[in-house]
Design a protein around this ligand. Structure first.
Ligand code: PLP
Length: 477
């Protein structure tokens, strides 16, 4: 494709995208296709000769769109939001066009430098202590592809540090023997990627119970650490969650932080969804105790109008991270090696996209005020939904509604709520997903669409109560 064709089709694509997002509410939120549906619609072999652009675009409508779950749809209330906004889309286009691969400072200086600056901006916006910022020279932030990666690399860093400390005391013991003694902790409500990080890192991961507010408390951790030390194990890493996936509950960072400090354990905080809300002063109390943390992550690609992928992570001591992840072949060195930031030492992949651009575009377009307004609107909409649920005595809510998630169920056996969710999702009128909280099956209602309004919330409640009436009338569950 030549530049003149690109100009033409590019403009058409922008129109296509604007139309899609403006009219997404006219589509069914979930597709009605079965596994393998696409095989009948697409040739089994790649075309030998290049095809017409118009044919390719026609197949976007005929082949791709029928199988899309529309995450930007106002009736999409599943999982957590998938961040999206026009400035972010445009910035990603530019990033694709520049097409640099910023694994080291020299590989594209602006790519690295903008990332350090924007991560400092964002760190200040969410109230991180200055030790986590690049401008301080000891810690700093980095963009990873996912929260799962953030948690994995911080666990690997903590493991590396713990083994090194043990080697100082037991210089003749094999690494593998030392590693077998390590134990990490999270709550039973931590995201499954924490368990996966333990699997990949080959360390024991203990899931600790939460209190009546679904919060992991300091005393529970201290008790587990004492038990494990008695067994000869070595506690080395805790992953606390701010905004659990199931119920958006908050671990007690102050208590956990004090315990980790005393015990010499690495504290990581996973705030994948809820971290965005920390830009509002009214949520800052949730990170009291952050001064004890070694690392922190949240996903602007969930709730800060930035498109996937953009998972931000900060460490208080960059050496503690890079010591665990540095390999240094000659072909990747440059004449500022050691002085400039080389982000390849801060994560797993070598190659990395210019993702700081979309964060920069979004923060500058909306400003902190605009982003706070967006977060507050979503919180308000969740409160509206909560009010509707609470006014109907057939339903109950589990957990506190703090941010944009409401977990509700029909009072009575789980089967009733299970059937309610199944019927709603089959209808394609709304899309929600379940969670199990202390053996109770709940439906998670997440406020997701960028421009969600009260009417969407009322529409959703109308659909839910219609289906609930059917279930309760038939009362066979
Ligand atoms: N942590 C929490 C609390 C989450 O809610 C999620 C996903 O929703 C994750 C981690 C995993 O995020 P990612 O898909 O970026 O790995």
């Amino acid at each position: 494709m030549e530049a003149n064709e690109f100009r033409k089709h590019g403009k058409e694509m922008v129109d296509y995208i604007a139309d899609y997002l403006e009219k997404v509410h006219m589509r069914r939120v979930t597709p009605e296709v079965h596994p393998g549906y696409m095989r009948d619609l697409v040739p089994s072999k790649a075309p030998k000769k290049g095809e017409e652009w118009s044919d390719i675009m026609a197949d976007v409508d005929n082949v791709v769109m029928p199988g899309i779950t529309h995450w930007q749809h106002p009736n999409f209330h599943a999982y957590f939001p998938a961040g999206n906004s026009f400035p972010s889309i445009l910035a990603d286009m530019l990033s694709d066009a520049i097409g640099c691969v910023g694994f080291s400072w020299a590989a594209s200086p602006a790519c690295t430098e903008l990332e350090t600056i924007v991560l400092d901006w964002l760190g200040k916006m969410i109230g991180l202590p200055s030790v986590f910022l690049h401008e301080n020279g000891v810690g700093g932030g980095v963009i990873q592809g996912s929260a799962s990666e953030c948690i994995l690399v911080t666990l690997l860093a903590a493991r590396h540090n713990a083994i090194k400390q043990m080697q100082d005391v037991h210089p003749f013991v094999e690494d593998g023997m030392l590693q077998a003694k390590l134990v990490a902790y999270c709550s039973t409500l931590a995201h499954s990627c924490v368990e996966k990080a333990g699997m990949i890192g080959c360390v024991k991961m203990r899931h600790l119970p939460t209190d009546e507010n679904f919060s992991l408390r300091g005393q529970t951790l201290v008790k587990a650490i004492e038990e494990d030390r008695k067994l000869g194990l070595i506690p080395f890493y805790v992953c606390a969650t701010l905004g659990t996936t199931a119920v958006c509950s908050f671990d007690n960072i102050k208590e956990l932080g004090a315990a980790c400090e005393r015990e010499g354990v690495w504290l990581h905080i996973d705030a994948a969804y809820a971290g965005s809300a920390l830009i509002c002063p009214e949520f800052q109390h949730l990170i009291k105790g952050i001064e004890h943390a070694h690392s922190f992550n949240f996903n602007p690609n969930k709730w800060l109008l930035v498109n996937f992928d953009c998972s931000t992570m900060w460490v208080r001591n960059r050496d503690a991270l890079t010591n665990a992840l540095t390999v240094d072949p000659v072909y990747l060195r440059h004449h500022h090696s050691g002085q400039a930031i080389d982000f390849r030492h801060w994560g797993i992949p070598l190659s990395r996209r210019f993702r700081a651009l979309k964060l920069w575009f979004v923060i500058r377009t909306y400003g902190v005020d605009g982003l706070q307004k967006y977060i507050r609107e979503h919180v308000q909409l969740a409160k509206h939904f909560e009010g509707l649920v609470r006014a109907d005595s057939r339903f109950e809510i589990l957990g506190q509604v703090t941010m944009g998630l409401v977990c509700f169920r029909l009072k009575g056996p789980n089967k009733m709520t299970q059937n309610l969710l199944r019927n709603i999702n089959h209808s394609g009128k709304l899309h929600m997903v379940p969670a199990k909280i202390h053996e109770k099956y709940v439906i998670r209602f997440a406020v997701c669409a960028q421009h969600a309004i009260d009417d969407d919330i009322e529409h959703a409640w109308h659909v839910i109560t219609d289906f609930a009436n059917d279930i309760l009338e038939n009362c066979d569950g």
